[in-house]
Design a protein around this ligand. Sequence first.
Ligand code: GLU
Length: 405
Amino acid sequence: MSRFHMASQILGLEEEIYNVLKNPARQVIVSLPVTMDDGSIKVFEGYRVIHSTILGPSKGGIRFDPHVNLDEVKALAAWMTWKCAVVDIPYGGAKGGVTCNPREMSTGEIERLMRAYTQAMADVFGPDRDIPAPDMGTGPREMAWLMDQFSRNQGMTTHAVVTGKPLVMGGSLGRTEATGRGVMVSSMAAMEKLKINPYKATCAVQGFGNVGSWAASLLHERGLIVQAISDLSGAYYNEKGIDIGAGIKFRETNKGTLEGFDGAEKITNENLLTLPVVLLVPAATEDVITHSNAANIQAKLIVEGANGPTSSKADNIINEKGIVVVPDILANAGGVTVSYFEWVQNRLGYKWTADRVNRRSDRIMKDAFMNVYKTAQNYKVPMRIAAYMVAIDKVSKTYKYRGGY
Ligand code: GLU
């Protein structure tokens, strides 16, 4: 909210429109009774917040995590509105979530929960209404259940109701790696502007889920030395660089965790953030860079793979240190961009090649980066505020054309 407020003031946004954009359009809370494997019935709480449908049907992932709550989902939904606007795709913003711990649930329990959630949201979701996707704790498997459950209700296969599906059932080539790829593209664009040679530039990536592992591996491919990676089990540091491929293989054969990964020295997630690297990519979760550790950050460039990794109180400290931040709503927008391509392909009944998907998403990411970069220079503001300005300007102008009551 504080960034939205600041950008709105610089733009001179009218108070009426500020109030429209400040409040989510719709908030749905559901109780989901699910039969657990032991025969007991557990009731989960699920949310879907539609922040805005001004630019088009709302778009945003579904999070399965023990920390999910309405306030978090509201914030994540608003970020989706700004994210879609920054990369100029015709979607509004939404987010969903269920308070649960998928790590402690069986496959069957997760499937029943996902189907119950989809059923409860039957009148919310729709290819022209609200289009979910994966987020923390969900992936292609969950999207397949969602698509199937929604299609059963409709009495017909409805691919375009959800993105991030498995390839064999209407998923898009390039979607899995899309967010990490966008992080890489934004990092390369930022390094070019900062005149940093990416070859042998050092980097630390926090988080080794879908976004972090792809970002690390693609940055490594571009010649950077990824000195540290991390997950919930801790962080792993090697001055000479970590073999990312080995990390991914290790995780796959080690129940999805890096615990015990030997190509590196074990440090904490907190230490990873303050390593003397050129590029820092927080790609885990919200609020990891805060007013208490921001002063110790040594990176020259931060590219935000996660949503909201930097608290607003940390912004000033980071700006004063002269660290350049490519903000979340720009840096991690590669995921929703390829989600948009998946939706377009589903509606066309056609499949694009990986090359076409990557070329088009790289172009969108580069154009969005340049637009935000120029806005930052023109208004002499940090890129985060510039990204909000670009987004708010687009949404508010569209709102004026569409009109209210
Ligand atoms: N959950 C992702 C995000 O936060 C992707 C959303 C989407 O593809 O709709 O951007």
